[in-house]
Design a protein around this ligand. Structure first.
Ligand SMILES: Nc1ncnc2c1ncn2[C@@H]1O[C@H](COP(=O)(O)OP(=O)(O)OP(=O)(O)O)[C@@H](O)[C@H]1O
Length: 291
């Protein structure tokens, strides 16, 4: 497996507070990765470290085999769109494309032009007079046309209307299928993640609580409904992610690599959204062996 992103004991401290701590994970190349977590979990910090905008306080991070932002070649491999989708207010749409072309060795002018036309943006319009969603689309177009190996997007769809959001996510999926592109994007909209992502990272309180291939995660988690039982009395190898009890019944999300086969239990698959939300709201950290 070639990793496009590799973090080892990665940490970032702002003054006395750790925004990110002991993060160790790999992101395989060619994936669309969804990064989810509650407000303040450390998503922007992690993406900024990957984009080379911040340097780690502890541990290491490698992107496309090198240190983020180390040199021009490394910068060319990564497209980054920050949370506030930065554009230059005085520059026109066409100026942004010209600037992208000058700064990016693999610039795809055809892709940029087509996308701008499809979005209905006027080339002579200044970015400062575009709507928030249009500015986001412009920033995304520049990042995609750069033809990076890794595209890092910090809440790229937050400013887009639902239709534009769906189209953008489809663009992302097509781009990863057509070119050797990996994407890491953060979002609060877990349903969007469900639509396009094949890899998930859940970040909670500055730590990675869950990371893995979506298909594998869905295969190893089940919703179990059983007569009321004590989660502590469960067979070894079953990890309870969340549990709800009524007087007579217990409903749990469990993780097991070897299946759940008690005949007294009813089991059903879990959606990615419910899985992510269960880990996000979990107060007890998951044992390291299961992450
Ligand atoms: N420049 C900074 N100086 C001090 N603390 C910071 C700074 N940037 C972030 N933090 C703190 O680090 C923690 C993680 O912030 P971060 O922006 O990475 O979270 P996030 O998961 O992206 O949140 P959100 O979903 O709200 O955008 C927060 O507690 C935040 O207050």
């Amino acid at each position: 497996m070639t990793a496009v992103l590799q973090a080892r004991h990665l940490g970032k401290r702002y003054r006395r507070r750790w925004a990110l701590s002991e993060c160790t994970f790999d992101v395989p190349a060619g994936r669309v990765v969804g990064l989810v977590g509650p407000n303040g979990a450390g998503k922007t910090t992690l993406l900024s470290l990957a984009g080379g905008l911040l340097t780690p306080t502890a541990g290491t991070i490698e992107v496309c085999g090198g240190r983020p932002g180390a040199d021009r070649a490394q910068l060319a491999r990564v497209g980054f769109v920050a949370q506030n989708t930065p554009t230059y207010a005085r520059l026109t749409v066409a100026d942004h494309l010209k600037l992208g072309a000058r700064l990016s060795p693999r610039w795809d002018a055809g892709l940029a032009r087509q996308r701008i036309q499809r979005l209905g943006l006027r080339s002579d319009q200044q970015a400062g007079s575009l709507s928030g969603g249009q500015r986001a689309q412009l920033a995304l177009t520049v990042a995609l046309a750069k033809r990076p190996e890794l595209l890092i997007l910090d809440e790229p769809v937050a400013a887009l209307d639902p239709l534009a959001r769906r189209e953008f996510l489809e663009d992302l999926r097509d781009a990863t299928a057509e070119q050797e592109l990996s994407v890491v994007h953060s979002s609060h909209l877990v349903s969007d993640i469900e639509r396009v992502c094949d890899h998930l990272i859940v970040l909670v309180a500055s730590r990675v609580r869950l990371a893995g291939d979506v298909r594998e995660l869905l295969a190893t988690h089940r919703v179990v409904t059983a007569p009321r039982l004590d989660p502590a009395a469960l067979p070894a190898g079953l990890h309870v992610v969340s549990a709800d009890h009524t007087d007579r019944q217990t409903t749990m999300l469990v993780r097991s690599d070897s299946g759940v086969d008690d005949p007294a239990w009813m089991t059903s698959p879990v959606s990615l959204e419910d899985l992510a939300l269960a880990y996000m709201s979990q107060s007890v950290p998951v044992p390291e062996a299961l992450r």
